[in-house]
Design a protein around this ligand. Structure first.
Ligand code: SAH
Ligand code: SF4
Ligand code: F3S
Length: 478
């Protein structure tokens, strides 16, 4: 039997990485990736529960698969990831054509589970999820959230030059609005030795940039070597790896922004001076209701400490607007902190009540949607104005850019036309790359530049993109 696999992914970088690892594992046992459910024998959705919208999207996609399942009952439809862990058997009730529900703690067994489901003569709904951390013993729950970090053959990685590397699983913070600790399980760090071995392998395969992932990445700790190893120690080890050029990490939790980490970012040349440290709100009342564990004063002091330690650092944030009880005054304080901190970037979300969280159980979702929307737009406008000012200040400057590959518009142009692109005579295409601050830079050059770090002179900007040309001094450099 051919095993044609279609997979769709929503959610955060953890999910993108999980899907990458799932696909790589399944290709190794004979699956082939296809780009539409109608061509597939196995259709998987890797899901997110962080906001209602992400779940609605998946339930509608499942609804659209009903006719396909009626025509081809042997096709396997699977719901994976955070929503699988959250909704469990309710998924079969809402979509009875789903064959399989697999939580994020069970991914290492996915190839075997799929094989078993395919072999069944009379298909029963199959559910593989981890234990509920609200009712079971922590050690049992930890064990039930199996770690998932299989080796990736280089040819199966999404990009040959960049890779995401998980350094920890789960979250223990239980911010009152957030479903992640429940669906991703208890916080568990991988060992520094495992991570280092993985990054060494990646670098040997040609990877020049790693993005270390964790829900609270700066609370990483490893005690298996007889002493406490923190994120700063891990960064120091990774900094020594030959061939590796850049190290980034997300997401930082404000309370764990320790001085040793800031000094490591300052002193280790491969670590990007870019810190994503979400504040979520500029109001102490809101931070308390969110149970974030810090005050606005603490956060401001932390920003000052970061800027005093790391020259030319960029800081970015997340915000939730319209969380329970948010007054206009609270909201103005979020605007204030954006203006004060001049974040490089902010991801802004309207509060979405998540059943199973403390906020859903104890606090009314009392800000009307229209108000949430208005506040979202207002905060976004303030942030965007800062982004534009920052971009304009870069005009004429030369920036070090890691070339990622062809730009999206170039890809569209090439795929729409069966002919060779008009500027192909010189082999020049539109390329896209990133600075150490994660700024997107678009410029022309040959595809062969992918994976190199080059100086690019910025000629034109908008709020989110810098446009430029490879600086002549760097054209010959790799
Ligand atoms: N671990 C990370 C982020 C995890 S989720 C951290 O602590 O920063 C990514 C972002 O989604 C959060 O930072 C928060 O801004 C947002 N978010 C989480 N739960 C949400 C909810 N119920 N409604 C709206 N936004 C939410
Ligand atoms: Fe969610 Fe808070 Fe954990 Fe981030 S730190 S994943 S917002 S509970
Ligand atoms: Fe969503 Fe799960 Fe990530 S809930 S944000 S995919 S950890």
């Amino acid at each position: 039997m051919t095993k044609r696999l279609y997979i769709e992914t929503v959610g955060c970088q953890m999910n993108v990485l999980d899907s990458e690892l799932i696909v790589s594992g399944l290709i190794q046992v004979g699956y082939e990736l296809v780009d539409s459910p109608s061509n597939a024998d196995t259709i998987l959705y890797n899901t997110c529960s962080v906001r209602q919208h992400a779940e609605d999207k998946i339930y509608s996609a499942l609804g659209r698969l009903r006719p396909l399942k009626e025509q081809r009952p042997e096709a396997i439809i699977g719901v994976l990831g955070c929503m699988a862990q959250k909704d469990q058997a309710n998924i079969f009730r809402r979509a009875d054509h789903v064959d399989l529900v697999v939580g994020p703690g069970q991914f290492n067994r996915l190839p075997q589970i799929l094989e078993e489901v395919a072999a069944q003569r009379h298909r029963e709904p199959r559910m593989e999820i981890s234990l509920d951390r609200m009712t079971e013993k922590r050690s049992d729950v930890e064990e039930s959230f199996g770690k998932f970090d299989p080796p990736r053959p280089p040819e199966l990685r999404a990009s040959p030059h960049q890779a995401m590397v998980r350094i920890m699983f789960g979250c223990d913070k239980f911010c009152t609005y957030c479903i992640v600790p429940k669906v991703r399980g208890p916080e568990q760090s991988r060992t520094a030795a495992d991570i280092e071995a993985e990054v060494r392998r990646l670098a040997a395969d040609g990877c020049v940039e790693v993005l270390l992932l964790g829900q609270t990445v700066n609370s990483f700790k490893d005690t298996t070597e007889g002493k406490l190893l923190r994120l700063s120690d891990l960064l120091a080890r990774l900094n020594e790896i030959d061939g590796l050029r850049r190290i980034k990490f997300v997401t930082n939790y404000p309370r764990h922004m320790s001085d040793d980490l800031l000094q490591a970012v300052r002193d280790l040349p491969k670590v990007s001076p870019y810190l994503h440290v979400p504040v979520q709100s500029g109001s102490n009342d809101q931070l308390k209701r969110m149970k974030r564990g810090y005050t606005v004063e603490y956060y401001r002091e932390m920003v000052e400490r970061i800027r005093a330690t790391i020259p030319h650092v960029a800081i970015s944030s997340d915000f939730i607007v319209g969380f329970c009880g948010e007054t206009e005054e609270d909201f103005q304080k979020s605007i204030e902190i954006v203006r004060w901190a001049r974040f490089k970037n902010s991801f802004i979300f309207k509060y979405s009540q998540r059943p199973g969280t403390k906020a859903a159980d104890t606090m009314p979702d009392d800000v009307p949607d229209a108000v949430k929307r208005r506040r979202n737009n207002e905060l976004l406008a303030v942030q965007n104005a800062i982004c534009l000012e920052d971009s304009l200040a870069l005009q004429g400057r030369e920036l070090e850019v890691l070339v990622e590959g062809t730009s999206k518009s170039q890809q569209k142009r090439t795929s729409q036309s069966s002919e060779i692109p008009s500027n192909a005579s010189s082999n020049t295409v539109q390329l896209v790359g990133r600075t150490v601050y994660d700024q997107i830079v678009v410029f022309d050059g040959p595809r062969t530049l992918a994976g190199q770090i080059l100086p690019v002179r910025v000629e034109k900007v908008d709020a989110f993109t810098l446009f430029g040309r490879v600086a002549s001094s760097g054209a010959a450099k790799t």
